[in-house]
Write a protein that binds this ligand. Structure first.
Ligand SMILES: O=P(O)(O)OC[C@H]1O[C@](O)(CO)[C@@H](O)[C@@H]1O
Length: 581
C-alpha cells in the first residue's frame, strides 16, 4: 500500500475493520527470500521454452526408457511416494528446472524459512510457521528470543485443556460434560481444522464431536445449532485478528443462543474459549484471558492449523494424535530443508508448476484425492495456494513479468470422473492433475477399496496414453459397425492422451501422513512464491470487498443511500428491496 513517506509502506493487522490504526514501517531494502531477477529473464528459462517445442509423446518416453517410472518416482519415508513419470519432463528437464531454482535464490530462501529470515514485508511480519512443529528441544530465535519454548508452552496448555474436556472435568452450565465443540472461524481459522477433522474421522474417538461454522449465511449457524444441546456445547471462537466480521457475527449470535438457554451471562464463560493473536479483543468480547489460546503474528492464517487454531482437531482426535500430525509436518520440513533439489518433493512439485504453467501455458491445476475423507482438501489447498500466490506484483513492488498462481481446483474421485473429467480427457484446456490415493482404509468393503484405487490408476493412465484413432477404429470394426458409422463416431471417441498428471500414493491416511502431505503443499506454495518473486504471505486483494460489503450492509439496512455505488449495484439493491419479505 502506498504511504506519504517515500520508500515506506502502510501496514495493517490484515483484517478489516483495522484496529489499531494503520502505521508506517520502513520497507526492507532488499527482498530476503524471493527471486532477485524475474524467472522469464533467465537464459535457462528460454532454453526450457525452446525444449518445450519438441516434446515427445508420453507413450514414446516410456517406450524409450524402461526405467522411467522408477527414475521419476520419489519416496518420502516408507509411506508416501510421488510419481511424476506421467509429467511431460525427463531427467534433463528436471535438472534444468532445479538449476533454474538455484539461480532464483531458492537455497537461500529455504534456509531463511527455518532461520527467521523469511519476511512478509507488506505486513511487516516474520514467517515462522515451521516453528509450530519443531520438537521441544529445538532453538529458533526471533528478535533474539528462542520462540520454541513459547510454542511448547501453548501446546502444553492445549493438552491440559483437552484432558479436562475429555475427562469430563470441564463442564457446562448444568454441570454436564461437553459433548460437542463448534469452531467459529473462517478462511485459515476454519479450512485447515475442518479439513483435518473430516480427513481423520476414523481417529475421532475421544467422544467429542467437532462442528464448523464459517459462513455469514445464517443457514450455517442455524442448522448447526439446531442439532446441538447448549448445555453440552463448547464454542471455540477462532480468529487471528479477532476482527473478522463473519466470525464476530457468528460468535455473538452463538453467545446469545447460549444465553437464551442458560439465562445467566456469568455461565456463558463455561462455553466459550478463543484462539487468537489479539488478547485485547478477546477480552473485550467477553472471553476470559485464561480461556484464550495464543498464537503469533508470525503465523499466517492459512499456515496456522498447527497452532492453537488446531484446538478442535486435538479435541476431536486427542492430543497425542495431534502431536503425530505435527511430527508428520516436521518430517516434511526436514525433507525440504535437507534434500537436494533433484529429490526434494515440494521443490519438484513447485518446479512442475513452473513447467506446466509458465513454460507450457496450462492455466490451472486439478487436485483429485481418491478419498471421501479428503473431501475438503481441494478447498483447503485453494486458500493455501491461491491466497498465497494469486499476486501480480513482486516483493519489490514491480509488476510480475510471468504468470503467477494457477487456478487450483478439484474434488474427490471417483465422483469427479462422473462430473467434469470429460473436459480433462478431451477438452481443449489441458489441466495438469494431481491424484492422491491411500492404499489402506479402516473401513470395511474391501472390494470398494480396490475399485477406488483402480479408478485413480485408470484415470492417470487414460490421461497420459489416451486412445489412438487406430485403436478406436479397430474397436468399432470389431463391433460390426458400418463404414459410415465408424467415420462418424471415430472423432468423438479418440482420446488425445499426453495429458500430464502426478500420482501421490500414501500407505494410509494417518495423522502423521496427513501432516506430511499438508506440509508438502505448504512448501510447494512457498517455493512457487520464491520462484515467482512474490510475497506469498499477504492477501491485500481481499480487503476492498470487505470494505465495500460493510458499506452495503448499511445500505441494505436502509441507513445509507445506494447512490454512492455503481449503477449495476444500485439496480440490484433496488431489486432486493422490492423482493424482500
Ligand atoms: O483469522 P482471521 O483473522 O479471522 O482471518 C480469517 C481469514 O481472513 C483472511 O484474512 C482473508 O479475508 C484470511 O487470510 C484469513 O485466514
Amino acid at each position: 500500500m502506498p504511504c506519504a513517506t517515500p520508500g515506506w509502506v502502510k501496514t495493517s493487522p490484515g483484517c478489516w475493520p483495522v484496529t489499531p490504526a494503520p502505521r508506517c514501517c520502513p520497507l526492507p531494502l532488499a527482498n530476503n527470500h524471493g527471486a532477485t531477477v524475474p524467472l522469464s529473464t533467465l537464459p535457462l528459462f528460454a532454453a526450457l521454452q525452446h525444449s518445450a517445442q519438441h516434446l515427445p509423446p508420453l507413450a514414446k518416453r516410456f517406450q524409450q526408457n524402461s526405467q522411467r517410472a522408477q527414475q521419476l518416482t520419489f519416496h518420502f519415508g516408507q509411506s508416501l511416494l510421488v510419481d511424476i513419470s506421467r509429467q511431460q519432463v525427463c531427467t534433463t528437464t528436471l535438472a534444468q528446472l532445479c538449476e533454474l531454482a538455484r539461480q532464483l535464490n531458492l537455497p537461500k530462501a529455504i534456509a531463511g524459512l527455518f532461520a527467521d529470515n523469511c519476511f512478509n514485508p507488506s505486513e511487516q511480519r516474520a514467517v515462522l510457521h515451521t516453528a509450530l512443529r519443531m520438537p521441544a528441544g529445538a532453538v529458533l530465535e526471533h528478535n533474539g528470543v528462542n520462540i520454541i519454548p513459547a510454542v511448547h508452552a501453548e501446546l502444553a496448555k492445549m493438552r491440559r485443556f483437552c484432558q479436562r474436556v475429555h475427562n469430563g472435568d470441564w463442564r457446562g452450565y448444568t454441570g454436564q460434560p461437553i459433548k460437542d465443540v463448534v469452531n467459529i472461524g473462517i478462511g485459515g481459522s476454519d479450512l485447515g481444522p475442518a479439513m483435518v477433522c473430516e480427513a481423520l474421522a476414523p481417529y475421532c474417538t475421544t467422544g467429542i464431536r467437532a462442528h464448523f461454522v464459517s459462513n455469514i449465511d445464517p443457514a450455517h449457524l442455524a442448522t448447526t445449532l439446531a442439532r446441538l444441546n447448549p448445555a453440552t456445547t463448547l464454542f471455540v471462537a477462532s480468529s487471528k485478528s479477532f476482527g473478522t466480521d463473519e466470525t464476530m457475527s457468528n460468535a455473538m449470535a452463538a453467545r446469545q443462543w447460549l444465553l437464551n438457554a442458560c439465562g445467566n451471562p456469568g455461565l456463558v464463560q463455561q462455553h466459550f474459549v478463543a484462539v487468537s493473536t489479539n488478547q485485547r479483543k478477546v477480552v473485550e468480547f467477553g472471553i476470559a484471558a485464561e480461556n484464550m489460546f495464543e498464537f503469533w503474528s508470525w503465523v499466517g492464517g492459512r499456515f496456522s492449523l498447527w497452532s492453537a487454531i488446531g484446538l478442535p482437531i486435538a479435541l476431536a482426535i486427542g492430543f497425542e494424535r495431534f502431536e503425530e500430525l505435527l511430527a508428520g509436518a516436521h518430517a516434511m520440513d526436514e525433507h525440504l530443508r535437507t534434500m537436494p533439489f533433484e529429490q526434494n518433493i515440494p521443490v519438484l512439485l513447485a518446479l512442475l508448476t513452473v513447467w506446466n504453467h509458465n513454460v507450457l501455458g496450462h492455466a490451472s491445476e486439478g487436485v483429485f484425492p481418491y478419498s471421501q475423507l479428503m473431501h475438503r482438501f481441494p478447498a483447503f489447498l485453494q486458500q493455501l495456494n491461491m491466497e498465497s500466490n494469486g499476486k501480480s506484483v513482486t516483493l519489490s513492488g514491480e509488476q510480475v513479468s510471468s504468470a503467477t498462481g494457477p487456478i487450483v481446483w478439484g474434488d474427490v474421485g471417483s465422483n469427479s470422473q462422473h462430473a467434469f473429467f470429460q473436459l480433462l480427457h478431451q477438452g481443449t484446456a489441458v489441466v495438469p492433475a494431481e491424484f492422491i490415493g491411500f492404499v489402506n482404509s479402516p473401513y470395511d468393503f474391501p472390494a470398494h477399496r480396490h475399485k477406488l484405487l483402480a479408478n485413480m490408476l485408470a484415470q492417470a493412465e487414460a490421461l497420459a496414453f489416451g486412445k489412438s484413432a487406430a485403436d478406436v477404429e479397430a474397436e468399432l470394426r470389431a463391433e460390426g459397425l458400418s463404414e459410415q458409422s465408424i467415420a462418424e463416431l471415430l472423432p468423438s471417441k479418440v482420446m488425445p492422451g499426453n495429458r500430464p498428471s502426478t500420482v501421490i500414493l500414501c500407505k494410509e491416511l494417518t495423522p502423521h501422513t496427513l501432516g506430511s502431505l499438508i506440509a508438502m503443499y505448504e512448501h510447494k506454495t512457498f517455493v512457487q512464491g520464491v520462484l515467482w518473486g512474490v510475497n506469498s504471505f499477504d492477501q491485500w486483494g481481499v480487503e476492498l470487498g470487505k470494505k465495500l460489503a460493510s458499506g452495503l450492509v448499511d445500505t441494505l439496512m436502509g441507513k445509507t443511500d445506494a447512490a454512492a455505488h455503481d449503477p449495476a449495484t444500485q439496480q440490484l439493491v433496488q431489486q432486493i428491496f422490492e423482493w424482500r419479505k
